[in-house]
Design a protein around this ligand. Structure first.
Ligand SMILES: Cc1ncc(COP(=O)(O)O)c(C=O)c1O
Length: 492
């Protein structure tokens, strides 16, 4: 019997996702502006870790830097004024990008974490007040609970559903109803989980506000591939990092504050650049209004002048086109992984979070298993992928909640690990629970972005398929001895 030729996967993909064709200009953009990817044979799959910059962004920025001398912005000299103009242009461009021109203040920070820390240290937490956190927050949001705790506010986590790892709406609704009127309450959740890619409903912003909560929306993992308009989603506080949106510059993020919520924040200190008046003798200071009161010391002004270029780059590529492309590729990747089977018929991969692209972004987090169902060591998987020039991310991604929920890790597991090792580290904890309880909280994350294409995803699919019928993968010759907490090499 004659064998049927195998269908070309790209043609199968295009037939299934015809809307992908409308994003063909992003292939041209990749060839022109991200040529270093294909020149080096790289498969970049970590856009949630960091976006990649276009080569043209750097060229345009260099032109700005080399055109005029640029001085420290805090003065009226010509070189200082030019810098101030560039910073204010960047600020206006950011506000416009997020549909926030009239109602918001944009504060430049070091990164999203810097934005979140401003909220944590300045929010008026007090006894009787509350901090409600999604159990799907990055640690830079989780860390705000230490400010709440120190001020005597109560702290609660809104749980996630299993297996989709979405916010569980029934308990969340009752938690949102439980506030004491008149005392500040802050609800913090991510627009997109950096662990599972789940997109939590943005309608939660107004739902919580109607119940008297201020809302902190961590948009760091969302805004590189999704449009966020603060006119429609009027969160009180919003955090972003620009290198995640368009790769360059690093070292600049932003806190967007709804003007009506700005007055609630009370800065615990002052610094150079943040005061209209400060004395030594009288020990008095008067904080500058709006963004100036939050921008400590000298801004990263040279890098900030690259922000507008990055936003223009995203606009030219089209955020909706990026979104469409990433959604098609993510959906294909999910289907391929879900269908992957060992020769004995057992599934090869476990995916964390939803199995479709409904209310989920371009992040797929997974673990691989051997034919007997043993977890493959994700660090070894990462190592093998690296040998093929593939950049993935593994671990917990600084977001411990979803892994804990998915694996049923309990407070007792944590307490036992801490009792055994007061200086516990995350890698050690992951090893302990994997060995003692057969639970695995770490995973492998693939995330897509502006320069992703079908070939990238297909290379990963082929790589994953190469794990078929693999028995346990360990880290090189080493294994982990849980009693002594030592890595054991053969013969040692
Ligand atoms: C959802 C989310 N929030 C916050 C952060 C922190 O961002 P940065 O490290 O740029 O401050 C990250 C980084 O991965 C993230 O994914």
């Amino acid at each position: 019997m004659e064998r049927q030729p195998r269908a070309d996967p790209y043609q199968v993909f295009l037939a299934k996702y015809p809307e992908y064709r409308s994003t063909a200009h992003l292939d041209d953009l990749r060839a022109a502006d991200y040529s270093r990817l294909d020149a080096g044979g790289h498969v970049y799959l970590d856009y949630t870790g960091a976006g990649l910059h276009a080569e043209s962004q750097v060229r345009l920025h260099t032109e700005i830097l080399n055109a005029h001398p640029l001085g420290n912005p805090h003065s009226a000299s010509p070189t200082s004024s030019r810098t101030t103009d560039l910073v204010e242009r960047a600020r206006a461009a950011v506000l416009e990008w997020f549909g926030a021109t009239a109602d918001y203040t944009a504060i430049f920070t070091l990164n999203a974490t810097g934005a979140l820390k401003h909220v944590g240290e300045s929010y008026p937490f007090a006894p009787g007040g509350r901090l409600l956190l999604a159990a799907d927050n990055h640690n830079s949001v989780n860390g705000i609970r230490e400010f709440a705790r120190a001020a005597g506010a109560s702290i609660a986590y809104a749980p996630l559903t299993v297996p989709e790892l979405r916010l569980d709406m029934a308990p969340l609704d009752s938690m949102l109803c439980a506030g004491t009127p008149g005392v500040p309450h802050l609800f913090a959740f991510p627009a997109q989980s950096n662990f599972t890619g789940v997109q939590h409903p943005l309608a939660l912003v107004t739902r919580a506000q109607e119940r008297g909560w201020d809302v902190l929306l961590d948009a760091a993992a969302f805004v590189s591939t999704n449009r966020l308009n603060l006119h429609d989603v009027p969160a009180d506080y919003v955090s972003v990092s620009f290198y995640k949106m368009f790769g360059y510059p690093t070292g600049v993020g932003c806190l967007l504050i709804r003007n009506a919520a700005l007055a609630k924040l009370k800065r615990p200190w002052f610094a150079g650049g943040t005061v209209n008046f400060a004395t030594v003798g009288g020990r008095r200071h008067i904080l500058a209004p709006r963004e100036a009161g939050f921008e400590d010391g000298t801004l990263n002004y040279l890098s900030i002048s690259a922000v507008e270029i990055g936003l223009r780059h995203l606009a030219a590529a089209g955020i909706d086109a990026i979104h469409t492309r990433v959604t098609c590729l993510t959906s294909w990747l999910l289907e391929q992984l879900i269908d992957m089977r060992h020769s004995n018929g057992r599934p090869m991969a476990r995916i964390y979070g939803p199995m479709t692209t409904t209310m989920r972004g371009g992040i797929v987090t997974m673990n691989f298993y051997d034919p007997e169902g043993h977890l493959l060591d994700y660090r070894r998987v990462e190592e093998l992928a690296g040998q093929q020039h593939m950049s993935l991310r593994t671990g917990c991604f600084c977001n411990p909640g979803p892994g804990e929920t998915a694996e049923g890790i309990t407070d007792e597991d944590v307490a036992a690990a801490l009792a055994a090792h007061p200086n516990l580290t995350l890698p050690l904890f992951l090893q302990m629970i994997a060995h003692q309880g057969g639970k695995g909280a770490g995973a492998i994350r693939v995330s897509l972005g502006i320069a992703s294409n079908f070939a990238d995803v297909q290379r990963f699919v082929q790589f994953a398929a190469s794990l078929r019928d693999q028995t346990r993968l360990t880290m090189g010759e080493a294994s982990f001895d849980i009693e002594s907490c030592r890595v054991i090499r053969d013969g040692s």
